[in-house]
Design a protein around this ligand. Sequence first.
Ligand code: HEC
Length: 127
Amino acid sequence: MLRLFFYTDSRNVTLIKVLPLRILMSIGISALFCAPIFAQDEALTFTPVQISAGAKLFSDNCAICHGPKMIDPGGGFFDLRTFPPKQRPRFINSVSNGKNSMPPWKNVLSQEQIGNLFAYVVAGEPK
Ligand code: HEC
């Protein structure tokens, strides 16, 4: 392998020229694939209307277990202040279908209402 360095034929020279270009190109391509992740972050901006609708739904339906204003009363309920903001699908799924001792909400709340609850949990009360 080391022998390669001692050859100075034109083929090796082009290889050296081409390599940095390849690296640059692959960085460009990975940046392209990262774009949807940035887009997902932007989706985390909620309107005040969504958040206040979520706050009302929360105190009517969820506070009894998760505590008023999401302040976890303890006793095995999930502390919603720690819910990861990037896991929207997990939130929608757990709330819609229930999880262990949490009942499902899909027959009680619409998908829009569950979306508003997500807005409230992620962006509602100061953490
Ligand atoms: C009857 C009590 C009860 C009510 C009412 C309740 N929850 Fe829960 N919730 C729980 C319990 C218990 C857990 C923990 C489930 C587990 O991981 O075992 C939980 C977990 C969660 C989680 C985390 C799920 C996960 O993926 O780990 C979310 C989000 C959540 N609740 C949201 C809500 C929302 C929003 C409401 C109101 C619509 C609500 N909960 C109402 C009991 C309740």
